[in-house]
Design a protein around this ligand. Sequence first.
Ligand code: HEC
Length: 137
Amino acid sequence: MRNKTILSISFSLLWFVSCNPTDYKKHNNLEMRTYLDGKNAYESNCSACHGKKGEGFNNLYPALNNSSLYQNRSNEIPCTIFYGRKGNVVMPSFKNLNTETILAITNYLMEEYQSEGTKKFFDKNNLEETIKKCSNN
Ligand code: HEC
């Protein structure tokens, strides 16, 4: 009986360790879980227009994969997600997403497309501050 219990505990531990490796790994600079949350949320909310790899679509939807966005106007990422944009083509607002999801999408994009060496990320506080201070809103 005791042996059985020990055996089943070790199997559960083995399962836990082997099936949850993402909890312990990092994706270069970002916690793996944040990276994957961001990637999933990007794919379900953004990639239809901006492309799975942020490549954009013709002149309609701007590319997000190769842009000055990440150098000096990274604030525009959470601002655009939260408020949307009205250019020639409208980007809808994603206000309905919670702060954690907006944070995960923003940091996912920054991890993927910021140039190496200069990587900066948002945390929850400065993301909320940034959204409060977005210009034109
Ligand atoms: C229905 C299509 C559509 C969806 C969905 C969409 N966007 Fe956009 N996005 C646009 C358009 C159109 C623009 C350009 C608006 C303009 O002309 O200013 C834009 C602009 C942007 C910009 C500014 C790019 C730059 O270089 O200035 C960012 C950042 C952005 N989108 C991120 C996102 C993210 C992140 C999501 C998912 C949460 C998303 N978008 C979902 C259509 C979309």
